[in-house]
Design a binder for this molecule. Sequence first.
Ligand code: PGA
Length: 253
Amino acid sequence: MTMPLVLANWKMNGNTNDNYKLVKALESQFSSNTNIEIGIFPPFPYLHQLRKLLGSCGVHLGAQNLSFAREGAFTGEVSARMLAEFNCRYVLVGHSERRKLFKESNDQVAEKFEATVNAELKPVLCVGETLTQRQQGETESVVISQIQAVLDRTGITGFSNAVIAYEPVWAIGTGETATPEQAQAVHANIRQFLSGFSAEIANAVQIVYGGSVKANNASALFSQKDVDGGLVGGASLNAGEFIEVCEAARCRT
Ligand code: PGA
């Protein structure tokens, strides 16, 4: 069984004052973060503040996006090397909001995944189907094609230090969550698919669930065999909720 992982995606929320209060409120959780891996993904400008606030408590930093390019004339972009300099450990790639609002294609997501791997950071590849795709029975093919685009670029070795986040688009920020059985079915399918390339990597890769994870549903989701933790949006902005989600992940071990 892989180490449970809870990732806090703050999205475009926060300010220096609120960030400070939130981290202080979470400190007790962070100081006892044994048997669980926790990551916080603030907006870019707050990476420096969070790096200082988190100090050496063992909670890792992540970025919500990065450029496919290493450096140069790419106005407004941020490179993997810059993120590494600010102690980021993870980078989200292919979040559904970026796929939808910023029209990121599977190929562009794969490029960003590769840029993350090349900088020795850990990509968190977000995959998931829309409601229409689920209703039309396309969940499996959509998720696998999103993963295949990355495999085409990096091969299976790209997944040797990566996380996959299954986030059904219809569950993100909607209050509607996949049932534990629905999540487990997709996670198991992803692992099975990857095992066709390398059983070792398929067994080791952490597959987390995202989409309205909250204190009241985290335990049931995390109790599933192939659900290794969560990618938490809204509930990660509330210290009490986030602590309970982390506890649910810890109890999984
Ligand atoms: P949510 O967001 O928990 O607010 O649904 C999850 C995500 O977008 O990663």
